[in-house]
Ligand binder design. Structure first.
Ligand code: ACO
Length: 336
């Protein structure tokens, strides 16, 4: 993972908009977030996180044969941020972005998981990276207190270990697109002095509508993954939900009858980092010793689209790719 050095606290925000530490803490659980420096971008932060992921997987960047980046704040419309990261790391394999709002990392991870399981790719670098501070309206208290910048990354490799195959449920409801969107800057409304003057290059969000949507899909998609694998809450060692609002997470835990101590939370320190939130949480959970080898992990994300995705897998600490010969029978493989 990588997060920018600059910390923006709730107290700092009190000086910028009509808000209070008490309101933000009670309504969201957020105390502070990180803000990218001027020269930092989604690709620069993703490059650092990607480099660290490759190192901790015990492989050389040259062994990575595919890069998938989940981001809602790419450096450019094109080239893809994945291509920039691929070049920065000296990777020679393919590279593409996945855009599913805050769910982008989960969509990217499920794609990587299937491609690794098929035997087509051996070491897939999956990055979630965001500079949300660049698309904030810093005068809108209903959104600017929620988001932060950062990046996280994982390497997905085929593995013969584990008692079940990674299982993902991806969902979307495009009819809810206007609940969370960036009006201008795309081909529908290209940048012009008018769009800039009207502030159309910043996030628009119907907060309560997104809140209701999120509490519903987190529970439904988590239940669906558990039911497909015949797992109960007692079988899940660690639950990592997208860190958007602690109240959304609390409500989901209650409805799922899931013990809070097995749920990972770091929203207080980073706010909502969109596609980076789950890989940052994964990294911190691993560092904190909460992900032992073979642990059953359940992750769930949601965001613009509207989209959602839940996935369960077993965590492997040892890089499966280092000592094993390339698989010839993909049916024997499950990704780590
Ligand atoms: N400080 C003080 N007051 C505020 C603030 C603030 N920062 N923001 C809003 N308020 C006020 C509102 O103006 C409103 O005042 P009013 O009653 O006088 O009109 C009051 O607080 C309540 O506003 P609500 O919007 O109803 O507050 P709510 O309890 O719903 O909390 C929030 C708002 C935190 C945005 C919540 O709706 C939420 O978390 N929604 C989900 C957001 C989310 O998860 N988005 C990310 C999706 S992922 C992605 O793809 C980006």
């Amino acid at each position: 993972m990588y997060v920018p050095e600059r910390v923006l606290t709730n107290q700092d925000l009190e000086k910028m908009v009509d808000t209070s530490d008490e309101w933000i803490t009670q309504r969201t659980g957020i105390k502070e977030r990180r803000i990218a420096a001027k020269d930092e971008t989604s690709s620069s932060m993703g490059t650092i996180a990607g480099t660290r992921a490759v190192e901790s997987a015990g492989i050389d960047a040259g062994e990575v044969d595919l890069v998938i980046v989940g981001t809602a704040t790419p450096d450019y419309m094109f080239p893809a941020t994945a291509c920039l990261i691929q070049d920065n790391l000296g990777i020679r394999g393919g590279a593409f972005d996945v855009e599913a709002g805050c769910t982008s990392f989960m969509y990217a991870l499920s794609t990587a998981s299937c491609l690794a399981a098929s035997g087509a790719y051996r070491n897939i670098l999956v990055v979630g990276t965001e500079v949300l501070s660049r698309i904030m309206d810093w005068t809108d208290r209903s959104t600017c207190v929620l988001f932060g910048d950062g990046a996280g990354a994982v390497v997905v490799t085929p593995s013969e270990e584990g008692t079940f195959d990674p299982t993902f449920v991806l969902g979307a409801d495009g009819s809810g697109g206007s609940a969370l969107f960036l009006p201008a800057g795309g081909s529908f409304q290209p940048a012009s002095s008018e769009t800039v003057n009207q502030g159309l290059h910043t996030i628009r969000m119907a907060g309560p509508e997104v809140f209701r949507f999120a509490t519903r899909v987190v529970v439904d998609s988590t239940r669906e993954v558990m039911s497909r694998l015949a797992l109960g809450p007692e079988d899940i060692d660690l639950f990592i939900p997208h860190q958007a609002n602690e109240r959304i997470i609390d409500s989901a835990l209650k409805r799922l009858s899931f013990p809070a101590e097995r749920c990972f939370l770091n929203i207080d320190r980073y706010g909502n980092t969109s596609s980076a939130s789950i890989p940052i949480a994964l990294c911190e959970a691993e560092k904190a010793g909460r992900l032992r080898a073979g642990a059953t992990l359940l992750m769930v994300g949601f965001g613009a689209g509207l989209t959602w995705a839940a996935g369960a897998m077993q965590w492997q600490l040892t890089p499966a790719s280092v000592s094993r010969p390339r698989a010839t029978d993909s049916r024997e493989l499950t990704p780590a």
